[in-house]
Structure formats: C-alpha cells, structure tokens
Design a binder for this molecule. Structure first.
Ligand SMILES: *[C@@H]1O[C@H](CO)[C@@H](O)[C@H](O)[C@H]1NC(C)=O
Length: 360
C-alpha cells in the first residue's frame, strides 16, 4: 500500500518536471548535463577553473600535511628531551601544556623551578612547511632549518662572569660576527678535548678549563647537530645604552633538529646544558686577576656605549632645535618670512664667495 503511494508520488513529480520542461524532450535534458569523454576534454573546456581549483587544493593539502609534519617533529623532539626536563625542573610548560604552539611551525618551551636557575625559555622553530608560498620561496635559498633554541637564565652571582662558547668550525666565524658578546670578548681556539669539527670561542683559558670538561664529552656525541653552545654574562645583541644593573647570566644552546626518527640524537646536547646548571656554580670561579681583567674589559665597553649614548642624545637635541626653528618660521607673517628668506640667501651667497676666494 505505502509502496504504491510512493510510486504514485514519484510519477507525479516526474510529471510535474516534464510539465515544467514542456518544451524539452527527455533526450534534450540529458544533453544539457555536461559529460566529458576524458580529462583532456574537461581541461580544454575549463582550463582556468581547473587551475584555480588545483592551486587551492594544493595549498590546502600543503597546509594540512605540513602542519602535521611539524607537529610530529616538534612533539617527538620535546618527548626525547622531556625526561631530562622532568628530572631537573619542578615545572615544565605553562597552563598544563608542556609544549605551547605559537604558529604551525613554532613551538614554545618554558621551564622553571630549579636550583641555580631562574627560567628557561625555548623555541622550536621549523621550516614553514604548512605554507606553500613560503616553502616555495625558501626552497631555493635553503637557509631555513629546523632548529631548537634553549635560553637558560641563571641566578646572578653564583659563578664567574665571562663569555665562552663551543661552535662548529665552519660556521664559527659567522656566529662570532653575529653575536655582540662573542664578537666583543672572545677569541677562537682549537681544543683537543673537542671533536675536530668544533672549536671554542673564549674570553680566557681559565674559563675554558672550567667549563669545557663539563660539556665536551656530551657535545662531541652530537657535534653534527650543534649550532652553538654559549655561556655568557653579556647580551647577545648590542644594547642601546649602558645598563643600570648587570645583565642576566645565561646559557644558550641551539641545535638543528634531526627528522623525527632520529630525534634522540640530540639528547647529549641537552645533557651538556643540564650538566652546567650545577657545574657552573660549582666549578666556574676564575682567579681574582682574571676577574679584574674581565671587569676592566666590560667597563671599557660600557664607557664606549655611554659615549655613543651621549652623542646620540646631542644629535637628537640638535634635530629638535632645527625642527622647532622651522616651525617658528612657518608661523611668521608672509612679510617676515620673505625677509628671513632674503637674509638666508645673502648669507649663503657670502659663504659661497668665501669658499671661492679661499680656493684661489
Ligand atoms: C634567546 O635569547 C636571545 C638573546 O637574548 C633572544 O634573541 C632569543 O629570542 C631568545 N630565544 C628564546 C627562545 O627565548
């Protein structure tokens, strides 16, 4: 019964349709539905539309696949570091998340709650794989790599000042030129304790002797991933002006990240960092003479900064004076402005004459 009703309904709606298309036979309707024999035919008919759709499709797929790739890489890298972090810090992460996402290719690490340490800020920065355009742009330059940076801010006054770094031999000069503290205070030197691909940049032998034994074995095991390992009491980038209080003491580690199947290879580098947390306060105390030498070097540098600051201030003042003068001139009456212009003109003519006569 109900089936019969359904059939009736179907027939009647078909009938309605045929009434609507009264002027078209069934065959004609069929002909209106586009049907293409091959992809080639379709391509010839809608080349632009197909191109647009393909590009959109490619962007979406890249976004999805790239984001996923970066997520796996970041999480795997964090996972291999996590046991070390957990063993050493009371607090790993913020708001319940061990790893905070900042962008599909940037993840933030935050650690705190440990003796001798104030905080650790870390950043996992990967290639922007989720972004088709940027990926294509960087394909040719090939400069962006997956890197992880950990900045440890140490408590003040628990070990000697000084700047010391372990860097790869082939990029060492570039790194030294890039960072203010390394550039200002250190010299490069070869070390037998280090892998042959690495060198130290150090402010004094005494510093090297105190810090290198803490880290050399660890770093050697993962030498190929190291970008830099820096112990410093000075900022990485030149400050604008001399500070009123000492700079924060820090340890900075940066390394390139292997793909997620080999993520464990970077563990020794993090171990080197951890070894310094207790190691520096215990072992890094230079002799008074060296301490004085360091202090003097910093004083000189700060004097230089101060001088620059003063010069900068004088220039700003002069600029302000000129600007104010111009502003005043603008507010004069047209008559007064003309007079002023005439006066300036006369002055410049005189000046020129003087120059000409002095040349003779
Ligand atoms: C580490 O410190 C340097 C210099 O102070 C800074 O430029 C960089 O952004 C820091 N990185 C992180 C992950 O906090």
């Amino acid at each position: 019964m109900s089936r019969a009703l359904l059939l009736l309904g179907l027939v009647s709606s078909l009938a309605t349709l045929s009434v609507v298309h009264a002027d078209a036979s069934f065959d004609e309707i069929l002909e209106q539905i586009p049907y293409y024999e091959s992809a080639k035919e379709l391509w010839e008919r809608f080349p632009q539309e197909i191109m647009y759709l393909s590009v959109i499709f490619l962007i979406l797929v890249t976004h999805w696949v790239g984001k996923r790739h970066n997520e796996v890489l970041a999480k795997t890298t964090m996972a291999v570091m996590l046991p070390l972090f957990r063993n050493n810090f009371a607090r790993v992460g913020d708001n319940g998340a061990e790893l905070a996402i900042d962008a599909p290719h940037e993840y933030i690490i935050y650690l705190t709650g440990r003796q001798h340490v104030s905080t650790v800020h870390g950043l996992i920065k990967m290639r922007p794989r989720q972004d088709l355009i940027r990926t294509l742009l960087t394909l040719f330059s090939g400069t962006i790599q997956d890197t992880c940076t950990l900045n440890v801010t140490m408590n003040a006054n628990e070990y000697s000042d000084g700047v010391f770094a372990v860097v790869p031999k082939d990029t060492g000069t570039a790194i030294r030129n890039k960072y203010y503290d390394l550039n200002t205070y250190t010299k490069a030197s070869n070390q037998r304790a280090l892998d042959s691909s690495l060198i130290t940049l150090t402010e004094s032998n005494e510093l090297t002797e105190a810090i290198l034994p803490l880290v050399s074995e660890h770093i050697n095991k993962a030498a190929k991933w190291l970008d830099y390992f820096i112990v410093s009491d000075q900022p990485m980038f030149k400050p604008e002006e001399a500070p009123t209080e000492p700079f924060a003491k820090r340890i900075s580690l940066s390394f390139r990240m292997p793909d997620h199947r080999h993520a464990r290879e970077i563990i020794p580098l993090v171990e080197a960092l951890i070894a310094c947390l207790d190691g520096l306060p215990q072992k890094c105390h230079v002799m008074t003479l060296t301490k004085t030498k360091f202090a003097k070097a910093r004083e000189e540098e700060m004097k230089d900064l101060n001088k620059k600051t003063l010069a900068e201030k004088a220039r700003a003042l002069e600029e302000k004076r000129v600007r104010e003068k111009r502003e005043q001139e603008k507010n004069l009456s047209p008559e007064a402005q003309r007079k002023l212009a005439a006066k300036e003109e006369k002055r410049s003519i005189k000046k020129r004459q003087k120059m000409v006569s002095s040349k003779k």
